[in-house]
Write a new protein. Structure first.
Length: 408
């Protein structure tokens, strides 16, 4: 999701994001246009605007015959998800013709849809920077929380809208090498400094200039809502509302699963989303310190209740089992992506054509994906267990070079 929707960071060694500088430094946090794909933040002693090296393309020509399970997939379902993405892509010149062709097919059969993908697209195999074909595939979902419009003894944890004093600067306008990156911070006199951390916000140490959209009853569920990026809230009035990613404080995401493992609180096999929630129920007195390990904090906005699903970074409603979060520096946002992995905690093949419709702060690299499982407890159970190895192939419209579609 526009942010959000990122899966629980795997408990294996923490990928990439370095520690955020202390708030006292004058160097604000730097994140990309979609904060879920946050690049490394400089150490306090580093220059404010260090050079950013663009990743290599990581896409090499391939063939449909390489795709395991291609023939067995439900291409009609994949076409429907691609048509959904065309509500945004059709406005972009590179995608206009292919979207027009897709729309003409309407509700095509699986056979017709498969011919469409095979005749209108070229296949590219995704690689990591080191040339590896295998990467990590995780999962995410849309959770349901319980809340109220008013605080009470039960509903006492605030869900904030975007703060009015959150400063966002598009660095690409001044520094072409930083295209796609935005700086987030706040003004302290004439200085731009990092925005308040999770600990400062939750301890009420910061004069947060933000509206409370709703009050919820569970701090760990609120935390995982921020990890996922969007969700629904069942209010005490019986009404159900949908909220989505609004913005982020600029601090990079840090895995609390990894933190709990390092402290000896959980074993590697226990550090799933479900395992962390169970630990939180047993250790309410320790929870705040663990949550504050992740300085990243997500702010929300209200969404239309009649949306068919949460909004992804592409700007369209995500499709359960067909939407994938990717690193848009390596895989074009909106492109069809064939995924070959296994079902959560099994060796049973999971092979299907997905749509790259979302991004995530832990989703970094050429072969890295976050599988959207949909809404509710069952989807959450699958997402929380999904830490599989997988491969990716990208479908690019004929006549277009992959690098022209990438976000750099």
């Amino acid at each position: 999701m526009t942010a959000a929707g990122c899966a629980v960071a795997p408990p294996a060694p923490e990928p990439a994001p370095p520690q955020v500088p202390a708030v006292a430094t004058t160097a604000p946090s730097i994140v990309p246009a979609d904060p879920r794909t946050a690049p490394p933040v400089p150490e306090p002693s580093a220059p404010l605007l260090p050079p950013v090296a663009a990743p290599s393309s990581g896409l090499v020509p391939a063939a449909f015959s390489e795709l395991p399970g291609w023939q067995a997939d439900d291409h009609a379902s994949a076409l429907k998800a691609f048509q959904q993405g065309c509500s945004v892509l059709a406005a972009r010149e590179a995608w206009r013709n292919i979207c027009q062709a897709a729309r003409k097919l309407g509700g095509a059969s699986a056979a017709v849809a498969r011919r469409f993908f095979e005749t209108e697209f070229q296949v590219y195999r995704a690689l990591n920077d080191d040339g590896a074909e295998q990467g990590l595939i995780t999962g995410y979902y849309e959770p349901l929380l319980h809340g109220s419009r008013k605080p009470s003894a039960r509903y006492r944890f605030p869900l904030y809208g975007v703060p009015e004093d959150l400063l966002v600067v598009d660095l690409g306008e001044l520094y072409p090498d930083l295209k796609g990156l935005r700086l987030r911070g706040r003004l302290d006199g004439r200085r731009v400094v990092p925005y308040y951390s999770r600990a400062q916000i939750e301890r009420k140490e910061a004069p947060l200039n933000a509206k409370v959209l709703y009050w919820v009853d569970d701090p760990i569920e609120l935390f995982f809502l921020q990890v996922q990026g969007s969700g629904q809230i069942r209010l005490d009035t019986g009404e159900r509302v949908r909220i989505g990613y609004g913005d982020q404080n600029g601090h990079p995401y840090r895995s609390i699963g990894r933190f709990l493992i390092d402290r000896g609180e959980l074993g590697l096999e226990q550090a799933s989303m479900q395992g962390i929630k169970a630990w939180a129920q047993r250790n309410p007195d320790k929870l705040a310190a663990v949550l504050h390990h992740n300085a990243s904090y997500v702010f929300f906005r209200e969404l239309a209740a009649d949306l068919p699903g949460p909004l992804g970074a592409l700007g369209v409603a995500l499709s359960a089992g067909r939407s994938l979060a990717v690193d848009p520096r390596y895989i074009p946002l909106g492109a069809p992506v064939f995924l070959a992995t296994t079902w959560p905690s099994t060796k049973r093949p999971l092979e299907r054509l997905m749509m790259a419709q979302d991004t995530g702060s832990a989703i970094r690299g050429g072969v890295r994906g976050d599988y959207f499982w949909g809404y509710g407890e069952q989807a959450g159970a699958q997402a929380g267990r999904m830490q599989q190895s997988g491969r990716l192939w990208v479908l690019v419209p004929l006549g277009l070079a992959p690098h022209t579609l990438l976000r750099r």
